[in-house]
Design a protein around this ligand. Structure first.
Ligand SMILES: [Zn+2]
Length: 144
């Protein structure tokens, strides 16, 4: 384990929501599969947060993403779909998805995007709904 990885695991156990989320993000980005078990242990004792979005979801997501890559996936397509918590912008910025078409529904306050996975060429339609605190995304698989 590198010193940086040690620091991130320490952050996961710090009880500090900001540090925990940053650590989860870092571990996900660095594909630290070998730390999945340690992360799952940390997750068990993370205090709940009532109201607003539960920060622990970021850790859960990190573990899911790493397990997906460890099993050989090259992209996040196995993890997209209803209830997934990936943001369109994040996936585009990280090079996973490319937007092919955007349709804005001004009256209804949402936009729809047709995107293609840069790794496996699977297509998705994503509805971005502007919620109260942050947008949510509905994913529709365009495979036939
Ligand atoms: Zn894909």
């Amino acid at each position: 384990m590198t010193p940086e990885e040690e620091n991130k695991l320490r952050d996961l156990n710090s009880g500090d929501m900001v540090k925990i989320q940053e650590a989860a993000y870092w571990l996900e980005r660095h594909r630290a599969y070998h730390l999945i078990d340690a992360m799952k242990e940390s997750r068990k004792t993370m205090p709940a947060r009532v109201a607003l979005r539960d920060y622990r979801l970021n850790v859960d997501r990190c573990i899911r993403v790493l397990e997906n890559f460890r099993s050989g996936a090259k992209c996040h397509c196995n993890l997209y779909g209803h209830g997934s918590d990936f943001s369109l912008n994040g996936e585009v910025m990280d090079g996973f998805l490319k937007v092919e078409k955007e349709t804005v529904f001004h009256e209804e306050y949402y936009s729809e995007f047709q995107v293609v996975c840069q790794h496996c060429a699977r297509r998705w339609r994503i509805r971005e709904v502007f919620g109260y605190h942050y947008p949510t995304y509905e994913w529709y698989d365009l495979r036939r």
